[in-house]
Design a protein around this ligand. Structure first.
Ligand code: SF4
Ligand code: SF4
Length: 147
């Protein structure tokens, strides 16, 4: 989702950084176990605290309290408010830097799901409201797939 160079969010040059995909889907992002491992290794409790892990013994733990050896017992990871434990309504890492321009505040280490996001892939992650689809290049790809 949203990125340009060091700044952040979408991985594609023609992403217009409107932030719409992050605003709509960002609160349901699920990191992989490898994402968690990497954040633990890097001491990124600022990221980990926004995720809750369900363990195979039925207990829940805030991911900021996880140790690498706990990852083998993790069966579910969800984005949650670290204070209330409730589901979030927006991704906490999205940053608005202009009136209609957003970046990812954790771009360099963002979840794999965000890194691989391709709104132009029909039938998988296609997102018709993505502004990047309006570029002639992507419109061609989209038409080509649909024809
Ligand atoms: S982590 Fe970054 S790329 Fe992923 S939804 Fe949040 S702001 Fe968007
Ligand atoms: S909706 Fe499209 S243009 Fe907007 S931030 Fe997401 S990928 Fe970029």
């Amino acid at each position: 989702m949203t990125d340009k160079g060091e700044e952040s969010a979408i991985e594609r040059d023609d992403c217009e950084q409107c932030g719409l995909c992050c605003r709509i889907f960002g609160n349901s992002i699920t990191p992989t176990v490898m994402n968690l491992y990497s954040w633990i290794e890097q001491g990124r409790t600022d990221i980990l605290r926004f995720f809750s892990a369900a363990r195979d013994d039925g207990l829940r733990v805030n991911c900021a309290d996880l140790l690498p050896e706990d990852l083998g017992t993790t069966i579910l990871i969800e984005m949650r408010d670290p204070e209330t434990g409730e589901y979030l309504t927006v991704c906490p890492f999205l940053r608005r830097i202009e009136k209609e321009r957003y970046i990812c505040g954790i771009h360099a280490v963002k979840p794999e799901m965000c890194r691989n996001y391709q709104p132009w892939v029909w039938g998988e992650t296609y997102f018709g409201r993505c502004k990047a689809l309006k570029s002639s290049d992507n419109r061609y790809i989209w038409k080509h797939i649909c024809e």
